[in-house]
Each structure stands twice: as structure tokens, then as C-alpha cells.
Design a protein around this ligand. Structure first.
Ligand SMILES: C[S@@+](CC[C@H](N)C(=O)[O-])C[C@H]1O[C@@H](n2cnc3c(N)ncnc32)[C@H](O)[C@@H]1O
Length: 416
């Protein structure tokens, strides 16, 4: 249960989803943006938001969230009958107009005999919702499976149903600046989580020497410039814009204020490079679409030849996994990882490196002692984020908390 902010009648209760291993990062983002009662759940963070302005602002700014669900009601639902009865009691017409098309997503968290499946949950809610509309307005909203304006989400776990409205619309990891073409782009939300886990606060010089389509550098530029992740979404693309209580004046006021927070220029330079000129060009074009092209320096260069552009800074890269077609490929990858380690050791003293590597890549060939290892899923690939601090002077002992963090196990997950 969400610990209710009973004292605030305007509080909006929400569930914000993300991969399970990055929920701490999302919780920190939510707290910083003014959410209360922040509570970690499976692949999600529950919270209460003090008012509609803050709620709109979260939609513009959250960098590591996948979807935001505004809670309508939570209740016991051990059977289809209980689910139907409760869903029928809701005054759905207060939430959205019968002119809007809708879709119901049933999400069962439990498995086993007697447990309601996804189809049964959505059918029950859909029929109850339409019956409630018929009773209260005499009109019935139509279902649209492809492009609904309103998405109702019914999540059932251990006999409790959380009924909510998806206020995001398109999932938030789809920022819209990337085109197809790179074979292994990292999700925008994961790039943001990695930046935060590596300790990037937007004021340090940053280098991604294997930039591919440019995701890490582009997301870093957004963070450093205080540019909201979803500020370029078009009218009608957020789900909350189709709800009954959508307030266009407040929305415009919040959007204008957030737009005005963007800094004129970066506090510290961001450099993105890749061995492939084609990918460097692709990254530049993506940055242009994201409107941060002038803030990032792009160049074609091998990581083995990369050199620091400042005394201290952060090098963040998502290493190639390798197709593992033959022994020759394995050896080439081992050599690459070894050469990366050698370059870091020799040339990047005073820097921190955060490398995302696949679990079964030859990451040991990097040959440096990591300060932290954070298990993480890169899509469906088990991976880990290796953090190395290259000390300028004699190597200090890792702090006690760093040692515990190194053994931290975070479970496999994906997006809800
Ligand atoms: C896993 S991809 C990075 C994807 C990127 N994070 C994105 O979101 O698109 C690895 C990149 O490393 C590049 N690469 C491979 N070997 C390299 C080398 N020796 N030096 C620099 N880049 C290299 C590849 O061209 C590829 O774009």
C-alpha cells in the first residue's frame, strides 16, 4: 500500500516503472523532483505527488522512467466477480470522456492455477468500465487496440488490484531523436541510469570513446544543460493530455518554466568518438535531432588512441560484445579489452571510467581492479557496469562502502 499523504487532498498517487536494477536511481530522481512517500516496488517505484504541476513536471523531466501510472483505485480482487464489482463502482466518466478511445492492459504478477490471466483481467475491466459509462452518461467509449487515447492498466498481485491510467502515452525511453541503423544502441533510460550510477552530475568533463549512435553523450548533454528529457514531445503525446482534468494553462506554464531552465552552455565539455566514421555521423545527426549537436564534440577515433581532454573526468562506454562467430573473433575481442585497460592505466590517471560489459564478454582482459561492479541488464543481455578509478597518485584503499557495493547483487529484469 502507498503510505497516503492524507493531509493533502490534491496528492496524486503514482506508480513509475523502470528496470528493477535501476529503481534506486529512479527513486532518487523522484525525490529530487518533489515526490513524497517514495517506495521501491518490483520493477517500479510508488510515490505520491503533491500537485498537478509537479505531476506534469515529472513527465517532462524523468530520465530513467519507462512509464507513469496514475492510480485510480486499489482494492482486493481475488476473483473476477470482485474485480468486476469494484471496477463498475468507479465513476470512469469523471476520469475521461466517452469520446476518447481506450484500451485495458491486464497485468497479472502471479502465476499458477486459478490465477486470472491477462486477457481475463482486461476483458473484465473493459466490460465493467463500459457498463459504468453507459450507466452514468448513456455513452460507451470505443476500444482502440492500436492507438488508444487512454490506457487503463490493471495490475494484480496477491489478490490486490491496482487500477491506474497510463499518463505517459508512448513509453518514455523513446525520446524520438534516434533513427534505425546502429546494431547495438543502448536504451536512452539505461544510458541515463549508467551516467547517474557512474556519478555524473553534469559538471565533469565526459568522454564516450565508443559512442555508436551517441546515446550516452546526448543524454549526458541533456543532464548537464538541465534540459528536460521529454521537452520536445508534441501536443497530445502524453497520456494525461486526454484525461478529464487536463489543465492546459498549468501545462503551458510548467512547460515554459522547464524550457527556461536550460543552461546556455555546458559546464564542462562532452566528447563522443567511435572507430566508425559512419556511426560518428549517425551520432551527430541524432544529436542534431535532439538539439544538442553544438554542445558535443564528435570525432572518429579508436578507443586505443583516445586521450583525456581534461585533467580529471568521466569516461563512459558501452563496450562491443562481439558476435562470437569463431575463435578469431574471441581473440580480437580479448585484445581490444586488454588494449582498453592499457590505455586507461597509462593515459587516464585522475579519471574515472564506467564500462558497460556483457557478463560473458572477456571483461577480465581489461586487467584493472574495479572500484564497483553493478550487475545490470542491457535489454535481454546480462551485463555489468564496471567502475574504475584511475588514481593520479598512489592507489588508495577502497572505502568500506565501496567494497560492499561491489558484492551487491541486483536481479535480472526488463521493462514492465
Ligand atoms: C555497443 S556499441 C555502442 C552503442 C552506443 N552506446 C549506442 O547507444 O549506440 C559499441 C561501439 O564501439 C565501436 N567500436 C568498436 N571497436 C572500437 C574501437 N577499437 N575504438 C572505438 N570504437 C570502437 C563500434 O563501432 C560500436 O559503435
Amino acid at each position: 500500500m502507498i503510505k497516503n499523504s492524507e493531509s493533502n487532498p490534491d496528492a496524486i498517487h503514482a506508480i513509475v516503472t523502470c528496470p528493477d536494477e535501476t529503481k534506486e536511481v529512479l527513486a532518487a530522481e523522484l525525490r529530487a523532483l518533489g515526490a513524497n512517500d517514495v517506495e521501491l516496488r518490483y520493477r517500479a517505484v510508488a510515490c505520491s505527488v503533491p500537485d498537478i504541476e509537479t505531476f506534469y513536471e515529472l513527465h517532462l523531466k524523468l530520465r530513467t522512467a519507462s512509464r507513469i501510472f496514475r492510480i485510480v483505485k486499489e482494492f482486493a480482487a481475488h476473483t473476477e466477480q470482485m474485480l468486476a464489482d469494484q471496477a463498475k463502482r468507479i465513476r470512469w466518466a469523471d476520469w475521461f470522456s466517452p469520446e476518447r478511445t481506450f484500451l485495458v492492459e491486464g497485468v497479472p504478477a502471479d502465476r499458477g492455477p486459478g490465477v486470472m490471466g491477462s486477457n481475463a483481467i482486461s476483458k473484465t475491466i473493459r466490460e465493467s468500465l463500459q457498463a459504468a459509462f453507459a450507466q452514468h452518461t448513456g455513452k460507451i467509449p470505443k476500444v482502440d487496440l492500436k492507438d488508444p487515447k487512454v490506457i487503463v492498466v490493471a495490475f494484480i498481485q496477491k489478490g490486490r488490484c491496482t487500477l491506474s491510467l497510463d499518463t505517459t502515452g508512448k513509453t518514455l525511453h523513446k525520446r524520438g531523436y534516434r533513427t534505425e541503423g546502429h546494431p547495438a544502441p543502448i536504451k536512452e533510460t539505461l544510458a541515463c541510469a549508467i551516467l547517474d550510477l557512474a556519478g555524473y552530475d553534469g559538471t565533469q568533463p565526459l568522454l564516450d570513446p565508443m559512442c555508436g549512435s551517441g546515446t550516452i553523450a546526448i543524454e549526458a548533454a541533456y543532464k548537464a544543460l538541465h534540459k528536460a528529457a521529454h521537452i520536445h514531445r508534441k501536443k497530445g503525446e502524453f497520456g494525461f493530455e486526454w484525461l478529464r482534468d487536463f489543465d492546459n494553462d498549468i501545462w503551458r506554464k510548467v512547460s515554459d518554466r522547464v524550457r527556461g531552465e536550460r543552461l546556455e552552455s555546458l559546464p564542462a565539455p562532452i566528447v563522443a568518438s567511435d572507430i566508425s566514421e559512419k556511426y560518428v555521423e549517425m551520432a551527430r545527426e541524432n544529436a542534431l535531432r535532439a538539439r544538442v549537436e553544438r554542445d558535443i564534440e564528435f570525432k572518429a577515433e579508436r578507443i586505443q588512441d583516445a586521450r583525456p581532454h581534461a585533467e580529471t573526468g568521466l569516461l563512459i562506454a558501452n563496450l562491443p560484445y562481439g558476435a562470437r562467430l569463431s575463435k578469431g573473433d574471441d581473440e580480437a575481442l580479448e585484445t581490444l579489452y586488454e588494449e582498453i585497460g592499457n590505455n586507461l592505466k597509462k593515459n587516464f590517471k585522475g579519471w574515472r571510467a564506467a564500462l558497460l560489459v556483457a557478463e560473458d564478454s572477456p571483461w577480465k582482459f581489461i586487467g584493472l581492479k574495479s572500484t564497483r561492479r553493478i550487475p545490470i541488464m542491457n535489454g535481454s543481455i546480462p551485463a555489468k557496469l564496471l567502475i574504475y578509478d584511475m588514481y593520479a597518485g598512489t592507489k588508495r584503499k577502497p572505502r568500506a562502502d565501496e567494497e560492499t557495493q561491489e558484492t551487491q547483487e541486483i536481479q535480472e529484469t526488463g521493462d514492465v
